[in-house]
Every structure is written in C-alpha cells, then in structure tokens.
Design a protein around this ligand. Structure first.
Ligand SMILES: Nc1ncnc2c1ncn2[C@@H]1O[C@H](COP(=O)(O)OP(=O)(O)OP(=O)(O)O)[C@@H](O)[C@H]1O
Length: 590
C-alpha cells in the first residue's frame, strides 16, 4: 500500500464516520418540528404541563445529542484533515527529492496543494457533502404529510441540482485559468525575490513587478469573474431556497384551508423544507472550493503514484568505489534530444577521474547521475555491482562527498553544515574536515567561528569561501566517494593549492574521486580523463593520453600537461594554470 493509499483510506474512514454522524444529526433535526407539532397538537389542547415538561426534556436531549454529534463531526473532519497533511506532506517532499527532474517551486506547489486539500477536508463544505444523501429523509416526511408538498420540494431540488451542474460548467474554465495564473505568478515572484540583488543591480524592479503583475492580474480577473459567477449562482440558489420554503408555506396554507392538514404542520413542513435544502445550498456555495480541492488532490496523487516510503533497504557493505555505467540515457520532459546519450564506461575503485568537455556537453549531468542525484531514463549506474536505485540512499550518503556546481547551504551554523546536521557529530571531526579543506583559520576569523550562521538569513560567504566550506562538507568523515563539480570555479591560486592538496590526500587514502573541471590545474591529480561532447564520450583514457589532445597550446606552454607530475599525497599543488580545457571546442591542439 502506498502512502497515498494510506492517506486516502484514512480520510475515507473518517468520512464514513462523518457520514453516519450526519445521518444521526439529520434525524435529530426532525426533533424541532416534531416538538413544535406535539406542543401545538397535544399540549395545548390537553393543557397538560407534565406532557409539556416530558416533551421539552426529550427535545433538549435531542438538541444536546445533535450538538454533540455536530461538534464530533467537525472534530473528526479536523483530525482527518490534519492526518492527510501529516501523512502526505513528508512523502510529497520525499518524492520531490527522489525525482531529480522537478524544480524547487513544483515541490512548494505540491505542499500548497496538500494544504489546500487539508483545509477543504476540515471545512463545513465537506460536512455538507456528507449531509446530502440524507435529504430524502426530509423529502419523505413531506411526501407523508401531503403528496403535493413532496412533489413541490422534489421539483425545487431538481432545479437546484441543475443549477449546481450549470455552475460547475460555468466555473470550470475560470478555476483553471485562475489556478494557472496564480501558479505562474507565484513562480515568477519567488524567482525574482530569490534573485533580489540581481533585480536591484540591473534595475529590474519595474520589470519584475510588471511580469508578476500581468500574470497576477489575470488571476485576479479570473478570481473576480469566478466570485461574480459564484455569487450569481449563490444568489439564485438562496432565491430558490426561500421561494421553495415560501411555496411550501403557501401550499401548506392552501391544504390547511381545505382542512387537509393542521396549521402547525404547515410550519413544521416549512422548517423541514429549509433543512432539506440547506446542504444543496451549501454545495452550490462551496463549489469552487470543492473543485479546487479535487484538482489539488489529483496533482498530489499524480506526484505520488507508485510512491511509498520504502522500508529501509538492506545496508550493503561500505562501497569500494567501482562504477560501471551501462547504456546510460538521461533526458528531460519536453525535450526530444537526450542530454546523456547511451554511454557506457567503468571507473575502478580508488581512481580519480576528470570529466572535461565544452559547456553544455553534459558533464554536470553525468556527475549527478553517477552520484545518484539524478535517476537515468534508461541504462544503469552500478556501484560495486549494485544499481544506484538499490542502494540505501541514507546509508550511502555517509560514504559520499559532494560539491555541486552552485553551492548553497542549509540554514544553520558552519559547523552544522560541515557535519551535514549529523546529531552525533563530534567537534573534532568537524574541525578535521575544515583543516582538510584548508579553511580552519578562515572559519576562526568569522564573527562566531564555527558557530557563525550561514544559509538563508545568515552570513553570506564569498564564492570561493562557499566552495571551500562545501569541500569541507564533502570531506567530512573521509568519505569513500567524492564528487566535485567545478569545485575551483571561484578559487584563487591559494584556493587551487588547497583543493589540490585535499584531493591528493583523499586519493592517497583510497577514495574514488570524480570531478568536473574546465581548468587544467585540477587535472594534475586525475588518473583518467573522460572527454564529453554533446552527451557522448568523445575520449576516455589515461590522463597522459587524452590531455595532450585537448589542452589549448597557451596553457600547455605555461605548464605543459605532459610534464605535470601527480603530486604525492599531502603535497601542495604547484602554480595555478589559467588555461581552459578546450576539449571539443574546436581549435584544440595537441
Ligand atoms: N533540467 C534541465 N532541463 C532542460 N535542459 C537541461 C536540464 N539540465 C541540463 N539541461 C541541458 O543539458 C545540457 C547539459 O547540461 P550540463 O549542465 O550537464 O552541461 P555541462 O557540460 O556541465 O556544462 P557547463 O560546463 O556549462 O556546466 C545543457 O544543454 C543544458 O541546457
């Protein structure tokens, strides 16, 4: 059973309970008209105070029971609503983490969808849905009083159902337009707020507001139209409800004049009519909330189809670091051309591999596939023989170090970020990782040292500092597998030396290191070079064979790649080489 199945069956169970309670409250609603009839037809003619007291006690018991069930019903719905969010919010985020093709905003939107459904489940609108099947009770009582009253209310209700259907049709398109516009506007706003500084520097304030505003205006126009249509239908529904109640009174009065029914029965029937029509009226009034919640649930369902938080996978032994890539294909939705095109190669445990190639060749994508950040569309990435999908990701994370291309930190202190928020982290391990990354002294100079807060709302380290802190995080507890995506793109010469030293030490202790780089300086330490071009492998082999064919003469002159000696473990790198790897970019010379 998936998480979605668990959540929906929990809501279903709650709804069945609410449905039963709605049946009880519907029957109890008959107590007031019944009490009124008894008072007028029994107590007043007999002038019996005992009967009045007995009837009143019975009526109060009925009202109290009604009140209890009404409260209970809403409490059950509130709990079901909270359970829906509690059971699905985590899996929605989890599924988002697993699906590398989703962007950040779609994760937040799904969370909003979960909340929208939760709000609906806990609302009166769902209670009205549960009451609707009991309308026939009131209709049947009216039929029992007089067939004319029964026919009248039935016809009125048919008209109201037709109104509800027409309303649904009239509002369907508007609801879609409103939701699409609001989502689009939110995405634009979120992205501009995240990049406020760029907006400020480039003077894009008005453009940003205009782009967001035009979509938001569409949403607002759709909102006004929807509210107007809803109000019109709501007004008509009220009109129908009051007219029907008045008609019941009119027809009842006519029957009373004929002597067919007593006057008090006419009043009781009018009350019953009102009760019968209330749920329908409620449904018409909350139609857009119901439709929105249904669409939101469908989006949540689509995101979670087949998803279940897996029972812990069997923990495999610590990986040695043998990678086997088999016919690997990766593409994104909406694009015909794959980014990674059926490539196969292997990496030996303990090797250091440099992935190079022109911009857009697919280097970062390949690295992310190897690290398990993305899942392939076809083919396999096997680590020590096991498909990456079959590794226990939480266990595997302990053996992984990763510096992504765009480094960001989670809100917390530098120490917490380096330790990946491990609650059992020892200060010694954190400091050791920082020393390995050569930033211990730099961190000590920060306002609160290792306790300085970074990430959203905290201190903003420079680009180079970010890369070195991320390197410390990658080296925390000496992982076996290290993935570095252009880890020196913001580093100066000193940073390059620190990085080379750290990579060399990790290599010396047997780690498998895969790095993407555009600059030859890092290639000094690699064993093999994988040259990518347009999603395929153009060349893969020992550094000494591949590099001479792809490094620009300028950089070769400054530091001939053929002569670059791999530094020994712990040895700091030599001078920085500024040349760019010209792999496949045309004009490369050997
Ligand atoms: N989520 C995505 N949606 C659409 N296209 C994508 C996505 N991710 C990557 N691409 C495309 O895939 C191609 C390879 O991207 P990738 O980042 O792997 O290249 P790269 O070789 O690392 O480039 P660079 O050296 O510039 O970082 C690019 O053309 C990029 O536009």
């Amino acid at each position: 059973m998936t998480e979605l199945d668990h959540a929906t069956s929990s809501v279903r169970r709650a709804f069945i309970g609410v449905f039963i309670m709605s049946g009880i409250t519907s029957v109890l609603m008959l107590a007031l008209p019944f009490y009124m009839m008894q008072v007028f037809q029994r107590v007043l003619p007999s002038r019996s105070e005992e009967t009045l007291i007995a009837l009143s006690i019975l009526a109060f018991i009925a009202f109290a029971t009604y009140g209890i069930f009404e409260a209970l019903r809403m409490a059950v719905l509130a709990r079901a609503a909270a359970r829906y969010e509690a059971m699905l919010a985590g899996p929605v985020v989890y599924a988002h983490f697993l699906d590398g093709s989703r962007d950040a905003s779609s994760g937040m939107e799904l969370m909003q969808d979960v909340r929208q459904v939760k709000t609906f489940i806990g609302s009166r609108a769902l209670a009205a849905v549960a009451e609707a099947p009991f309308i026939p009770i009131f209709v049947a009582v009216l039929f029992m009083v007089d067939i004319a009253l029964g026919i009248l209310i039935t016809c009125g209700m048919v008209v109201m159902v037709v109104v509800a259907i027409l309303q649904q049709r009239a509002m369907k398109r508007g609801i879609e337009v409103q939701n699409d516009a609001q989502r689009g506007a939110n995405r634009i706003l979120q992205s501009h707020i995240e990049q406020s500084e760029t907006v400020r520097v480039l003077g894009l304030q008005k453009t940003a507001i205009a782009r967001w505003g035009s979509l938001n205006a569409r949403g607002l126009t759709a909102f006004v139209n929807l509210q107007t249509v809803g109000a019109l239908f709501g007004g008509f529904s009220r009109f129908m409800r009051f007219s029907l109640q008045a008609s019941i009174l009119g027809v009842g009065a006519f029957l009373a004049l004929e002597g067919d029914v007593a006057a008090v029965v006419v009043f009781a029937c009018m009350m019953l009519g009102g009760r019968a029509l209330a749920p329908l009226d409620g449904l018409v009034g909350s139609w857009s909330a119901l439709t929105n919640a249904w669409s939101a649930h469908n989006r949540v369902r689509d995101a979670l189809i087949g998803f279940y938080v897996e029972p812990e996978k069997t923990a495999l032994p610590e990986p040695r670091g043998n990678f086997m890539v088999e016919k690997l294909v990766f593409g994104v939705r909406g694009s015909d051309e794959a980014i990674i095109k059926r490539i196969s190669f292997g990496i030996e445990a303990g090797e250091t591999i440099g992935i190079i190639g022109p911009s857009g060749a697919g280097k970062s994508t390949l690295l992310r596939l190897l690290a398990g950040g993305l899942m392939p569309n076809a083919g396999h990435v096997r680590l020590d023989g096991a498909d990456m999908r079959n590794w226990n990701r939480i266990q595997l994370g302990e053996y992984m170090g990763y510096v992504p291309q765009a480094v960001e930190f989670f809100p917390g202190t530098i120490g917490e970020n380096i330790a990946r928020f491990d609650p059992d982290a020892s200060d010694a391990d954190i400091v050791e990782a920082a020393q390995q990354a050569g930033i211990h002294e730099m961190i000590l100079r920060f306002p609160r040292g290792y306790d300085t807060r970074i990430g959203t709302g905290g201190m903003q380290p420079s680009g180079g500092q970010k890369q070195l802190i991320a390197l410390a995080r990658a080296l925390y507890r000496n992982p076996r597998l290290i993935f570095l995506d252009e880890p020196n793109s913001n580093l100066d010469q000193e940073g390059d030396h620190i990085l080379l030293g750290a990579v060399s030490r990790a290599k010396a202790r047997g780690a498998t290191i895969i790095l993407v780089t555009q600059r030859p300086v890092l290639l000094q330490v690699v064993d093999r070079v994988l040259l990518m071009k347009n999603g395929t492998i153009e060349n893969y082999g020992p550094r000494q064979e591949v590099l001479p064919k792809v490094v620009k003469p300028a950089s070769v002159e400054r530091r001939p790649v053929r002569q670059i000696q791999q530094p020994k473990a712990g040895e700091e790198a030599n001078e920085k080489t500024d040349g760019q790897v010209a792999a496949g970019a045309g004009g490369s010379a050997s």
